[in-house]
Design a protein around this ligand. Structure first.
Ligand code: HEC
Ligand code: HEC
Length: 221
């Protein structure tokens, strides 16, 4: 059991961060947000429209899948899975690559070439794919549970599913999660101005490793 005082202290500390925490739909360029909202509404109501979007996304993603894995379940440890990720988070990250606020050469080059329609199609396609299970270490995962519930659940959700602009980290590969945390903690992340800098700087190396395995263990499909 985690002591309630710990919750209180961590809560106060989080509240004191210069949070520009969530990158929601309202932060996206208007045209992109509007286009996403209208297609998302259409596929929610119409299975045929959903099937068309998935088909178009799958075609567009053939090249992406060489790094992000078949239908977005990454097979190589240092690449993020995109399957089952929150579509607004995906759009936000694609925008960050396109405007250079997140740096990774191949992604910056790619994101600049996407049309609004392609961005929306890719985000909806990946968000509808099933994430394949990834390997994790049971012992490390058990150690990471408490760190996660105290320090991460507030934004990424108790089950790691995130929401809107917050990343889903349930089922993400542990090596990728640990690498991202190390990058944030180093202060030299390819992602600028993220609330994650403050979070990661409070974690020890062994906390990062443990919480990464716990996040992977949260997979439920
Ligand atoms: C040559 C390998 C490669 C290819 C091809 C590639 N990506 Fe990536 N992508 C990466 C890497 C590496 C990262 C993680 C970057 C980092 O650590 O900051 C990434 C990150 C992302 C992210 C952010 C994921 C997250 O969880 O934050 C999205 C979204 C994404 N890629 C979409 C795409 C799409 C869509 C395509 C195809 C049009 C694509 N990628 C093709 C290597 C690739
Ligand atoms: C105050 C809210 C908040 C808390 C608490 C938080 N995060 Fe985050 N996290 C975010 C946001 C926002 C992003 C997207 C970051 C960006 O765009 O740079 C993110 C991104 C991430 C990513 C990158 C996901 C990807 O697919 O690339 C990982 C991994 C992550 N967080 C893990 C954690 C872990 C582990 C903890 C707890 C130790 C944690 N976060 C606590 C808000 C939070």
């Amino acid at each position: 059991m985690v002591h309630s005082k710990t919750f209180l202290l961590v809560g106060l500390w989080l509240a004191s961060l210069p949070v520009q925490a969530q990158h929601g739909l309202e932060e996206l360029p208007e045209e992109l947000a509007a286009s996403y909202e209208s297609l998302a509404a259409e596929v929610r109501e119409d299975d045929e429209a959903l099937a068309r979007v998935i088909e178009a996304g799958r075609e567009r993603a053939i090249f992406c899948n060489t790094c992000h894995g078949p239908d977005g379940s990454a097979e190589r440890a240092n690449y993020p899975s995109l399957a089952a990720q929150n579509p607004v988070y995906l759009l936000d990250q694609i925008e960050q690559f396109a405007d250079g606020s997140r740096e990774k050469l191949v992604m910056n080059v790619l994101a600049e070439t996407f049309s609004v329609e392609e961005k929306v199609t890719l985000a909806l396609y990946y968000s509808h794919m099933t994430l394949e299970s990834t390997d994790f270490d049971e012992e490390l995962a058990a150690r990471g549970a408490q760190v996660y519930q105290v320090r991460c659940a507030q934004c990424h959700g108790a089950g790691g599913l995130g929401e809107a602009g917050y990343a889903r980290i349930a089922g993400q590969q542990p090596a990728y999660v640990a690498e991202v945390l190390r990058e944030y903690r180093s202060g030299d992340s390819p992602r600028r101005l993220s609330v994650m800098y403050g979070i990661a700087s409070g974690l020890s190396e062994s906390d990062m490793e443990a919480v990464a395995h716990y996040a992977a263990s949260l997979q439920r499909q």
